[in-house]
Design a protein around this ligand. Structure first.
Ligand code: A3P
Length: 278
């Protein structure tokens, strides 16, 4: 019977470190930590806790170094890692393919306007003297954005990273569409169990992560976990996840929405999915 089969397997198996079967490749500030922490609820998933940065920073160290960063797993368990900068690393698709051409890729995406504010809020938390978002998001903003023809600064990283179409095309030149799961950052907050059902299906996992794992913490304003492998009591992600955002001038928000609209359309086309961003 099943029990016997697993007892038998466990007795004869020693956990070993393996290269990842699946990677969370991005996108920065879209909910990548939440996705990883939710996936870790699954007994058949083992993941490196911190970002490994192998395919961008440490590729020269080689696959053995990379394998050594991974948690030990039993046969049948999925090894994972998340490093959001892989999404925009030009050499990453080729390098990932060289490691394992049938690796499964996951990327969380979110309304690029909210993503930009989230990115800015993270920088501002480390550097309180940072100019206002409004002043960084536009070029020529010293001329005044109250009607003068200032434009969105597409080269400012918080703005640039929200243009999802180009990196997606790069990944799809190397991997078939069905090997990359795009996850809605908004849905991961509004209905984590539904989004995690898609994720488990994609990874070929039994649906273990369900509604029962989550509760909505109204103080935090986000879904939190009732329990996890490491903690048996309810807990939320750390305080660097789910920060409160500054008030942004609505005229700037409109400029940004107008700026992103054509890029979002292109992204929806490539993705074959409409994320419904305003
Ligand atoms: P904010 O802190 O700006 O709200 P990443 O982990 O990729 O850096 O993404 C961080 C973002 O994840 C947070 O941005 C938050 O909006 C989002 N998020 C999604 N689910 C969350 C959850 N359950 N708890 C906290 N933040 C969550």
């Amino acid at each position: 019977d099943e029990n016997y089969k697993y007892r038998h397997l466990n007795q004869n198996q020693v956990p070993v470190k393996r290269l990842p079967d699946a990677l969370i490749i991005g996108v920065k500030k879209c909910g990548t930590r939440a996705l990883l922490e939710f996936l870790r609820l699954h007994p058949d998933v083992r993941a490196a806790g911190s970002e490994v940065h192998f395919f961008d920073k440490f590729y020269h160290k080689g696959f053995e170094w990379y394998r050594d960063r991974m948690p030990p797993t039993l046969e049948g368990q999925i090894t994972m890692e998340k490093t959001p900068s892989y999404w925009v690393t030009r050499s990453a698709p080729k390098r990932v393919y060289a490691m394992n051409p049938s690796v499964k890729l996951l990327a969380v995406v979110r309304d690029p306007v909210t993503r930009a504010i989230s990115d800015y809020t993270q920088s501002a938390s480390k550097r309180p003297s940072l100019p206002r978002f409004e002043d960084l998001a536009l070029v020529n903003s010293s001329a005044g954005w109250g009607g003068s023809p200032s434009v969105v600064d597409a080269s400012w990283p918080p703005v640039r990273l929200g243009v999802y179409a180009r990196p997606l095309r790069r990944w799809l030149r190397r991997f078939p569409r069905e090997r990359l799961l795009l996850i809605s950052g908004e849905r991961l907050v509004a209905d984590p169990a539904a989004e995690m059902a898609r994720v488990q299906e994609f990874l070929g996992l039994k649906r273990v992560i369900t509604e029962k794992h989550f509760y909505f913490n109204s103080t935090k304003g986000f879904p939190c976990l009732l329990k996890s492998e490491s903690r048996s009591t309810p807990h939320c992600l750390g305080k660097t996840k789910g920060r409160s955002h500054p008030y942004i001038d609505p005229r700037i928000l409109k400029r940004l929405r107008d700026f992103y609209r054509p890029f979002n359309e292109r992204f929806y086309q490539l993705a074959g999915m409409n994320f419904g961003w305003p």
